[in-house]
Design a binder for this molecule. Structure first.
Ligand code: ATP
Ligand code: MG
Length: 581
């Protein structure tokens, strides 16, 4: 896991190394003033070498100034490097998320992904920008101070070391306890985010069903749990950190008692005591900070774990090694004994049919019967569990994903529009389309009339800041988007369900003319949408229960005729046998 982040750091290894070198210089400069102060006491004040005073003072001033400059330098370096590293990681992760397949998105609430991309990445940034060099600087300062102090008086240094040992022991225990706690806080934060994101996205439903209070309660529950986990986390910190810090407070006492004793016995000079005193911070600071740094490092580790999990999740729908990039396909489609399961639940069973290039295939069936799933298998959003899906006689897995999806276009049932202009939305699949092409596609989808009525026409921004569109309008934009893509295979999943009957009729003519020469799949609940199809498949409960043309299907009892009679007002005629079950 660490390796993965390390691979990003490595790119900046020169800058990082320079930063760390500057840290060492600062640590060394930290030794200057206490040593000089000790010398002033021993040699100037007590020894009477007055001429040296100015030299020592100058040394101290230059060391202080130099230290500030160098510290400024490495802080800039670490800030710069960490921001760049995070930018790179974020970019790669975003790319990684983008490439995930449908089944991942089915299971990943946006709030969780948002937490990864913001909070978790920030914990990593904080670690690189601050924690990393702080740990390094403190270790170096600690080592330097031990060297300087033990060269002055090893007994006193040893006494300091014993205290340090106790503290290190406590810090290690703290480290083991705080990490699981940080993981809990982080995961609960993700859940809280998920609630918020879902509530915003589904706010209309919440309002429509007057469930504000219920949603509030659910949020409060998550919020309370979040508070509890953070309080637990704080409890662990409170139990350890003050103890660690107060043990550090024992050092001055040791210094005065033991130092005084050593001076009385002539083993230590007053100047050396002054140096000791001056360097005591170099000893206590790392100790005091150790707890906090370990805390931050463990927070980083918890976030890095989650990021690593995401990084390890490989999309199952990927280009096969021998996949070829197809040009424009002819458009023959065949499903051969296709079965499909969504996590062990069989959704499609033994689906077989053939569509020749240029044909229109209608798919009709009750809701939840598996119609959209058939379309999703054709575009390879999922891979079938058994059997194969062929385009022009070649398994869809043998096409590169890009080329497959450039050949098989779809308007999905739940239309998604971006907060972009109408033009941008229509041209989404063909960004280089001219305005004429966009307008033509909109004409064909019978969208141009309402677009013209919008305040800024094709430049009107949909969504957040702009206008809202009706369900039927959205469907027509989606249809225009597909027409513009002009793929040899077109799938219209419930595309005209929200459009009034009259407009639908016109769109139908449009579809017939625009999709001629294209293999077209029309998935619908209204028989009128697909009655002209060359072949109509009746899908019930994941199986094809009947197939034929409108005429053939109408001639025999079954789901199709049953639906047709209903939709045409013959509700009394129920003596037809429903064979679809
Ligand atoms: N992402 C998914 N994960 C698990 N099960 C799913 C998923 N999507 C659909 N299903 C299930 O698969 C079955 C078929 O769904 P599908 O969307 O293909 O139905 P449909 O025929 O298109 O229905 P509708 O007419 O309502 O659009 C349903 O029982 C549904 O619950
Ligand atoms: Mg569907």
């Amino acid at each position: 896991m660490g390796k993965w982040i390390w691979s990003y750091i490595k790119k900046y290894s020169f800058l990082m190394a320079s930063g760390l070198l500057l840290t060492v210089i600062v640590a060394a400069l930290n030794m200057v003033n206490p040593t000089a102060a000790g010398q002033i006491v021993d040699r100037v004040i007590r020894g009477g070498e007055k001429s040296l005073l100015l030299t020592f003072v100058l040394i101290m001033i230059s060391a202080t100034v130099l230290k500030s400059i160098v510290r400024y330098g490495y802080q800039m370096i670490f800030e710069h490097v960490s921001q760049n590293i995070i930018r790179n990681i974020r970019e790669d992760l975003y790319d990684h998320v983008q490439k995930q397949d449908f089944s991942w998105f089915d299971r990943s609430p946006p709030g969780n992904v948002m937490t990864l991309m913001t909070g978790d990445l920030d914990a990593v940034r904080h670690f690189i920008a601050w924690v990393l060099y702080q740990i390094f600087e403190n270790i170096i300062v600690f080592i330097f101070s031990i060297i300087v102090l033990s060269s002055i008086n090893w007994i006193l240094t040893l006494a300091f070391m014993i205290i340090a040992q106790v503290i290190i022991f406590l810090v290690l225990r703290f480290k083991n306890k705080i990490k699981p706690s940080h993981t809990k806080v982080r995961d609960q934060f993700a859940r809280l985010n998920t609630r918020v994101a879902e509530n915003i996205a589904g706010n209309r439903v919440v309002k429509a069903f007057v469930r504000e209070n219920y949603e509030m309660e659910r949020f409060q529950k998550e919020n309370m749990t979040y508070r509890d986990t953070t309080v637990d986390n704080a409890n662990v910190r409170i139990a350890y950190l003050p103890v660690i810090e107060s043990i550090g407070g024992a050092l001055p006492v040791i210094l005065i008692l033991l130092g005084g004793y050593l001076i009385i016995n002539g083993h230590l000079t007053i100047g050396e005591l002054v140096t000791f005193n001056g360097l005591m911070w170099a000893f206590t600071q790392p100790i005091n900070m150790m707890g906090n740094l370990v805390n931050d490092a463990q927070r980083f580790a918890a976030s890095a774990d989650r990021l690593w999990e995401l990084k390890c999740r490989k999309s199952k729908i990927v280009n096969e090694p021998d996949a070829v990039a197809a040009g424009r396909v002819k458009g023959d489609v065949e499903f051969k004994n296709v079965s499909f399961k969504y996590n062990e639940v069989t959704v499609l069973e033994n689906i077989s049919f053939k569509a020749e290039s240029g044909q229109t295939i209608g798919i009709l069936g009750p809701t939840g019967s598996g119609k959209s799933t058939i379309a999703k298998l054709l575009c390879r959003y999922y891979d079938c569990t058994e059997g194969s899906v062929l385009i022009d006689g070649i398994d869809v897995k043998k096409y590169t994903l890009d080329s497959l999806r450039r050949n098989a276009g779809i308007t999905m049932q739940d239309v998604f529009l971006f907060s972009d202009t109408i033009e941008g939305n229509i041209a989404f699949g063909k960004p280089d389309a001219t305005m004429e092409e966009v307008k033509k596609a909109a004409d064909l989808a019978f969208a141009s009339d309402f677009i013209k009525d919008l305040s800024a026409g094709y430049d009107t921004i949909v969504g957040e800041r702009g206008v809202g569109l009706s369900g039927g309008q959205r469907q027509r934009i989606a249809l225009a988007r597909l027409f513009l893509m002009n793929t040899p295979i077109m799938i219209l999943d419930d595309t005209t369900s929200s459009v009034d009957v009259e407009t639908e009729e016109q769109i139908r003519d449009s579809i017939a003319s625009e999709t001629s020469g294209h293999t077209t799949f029309i998935i619908a609940h209204r028989i009128s949408s697909l009655e002209k199809a060359d072949l109509i498949l009746v899908v019930e409960n994941g199986k094809i229960t009947d197939r034929g043309t409108h005429k053939e299907l109408l001639a025999r009892p079954g789901y199709y005729r049953h639906v047709w009679l209903h939709q045409n007002g013959y509700e009394g005629d129920i003596q037809t046998n429903h064979t679809g079950e």
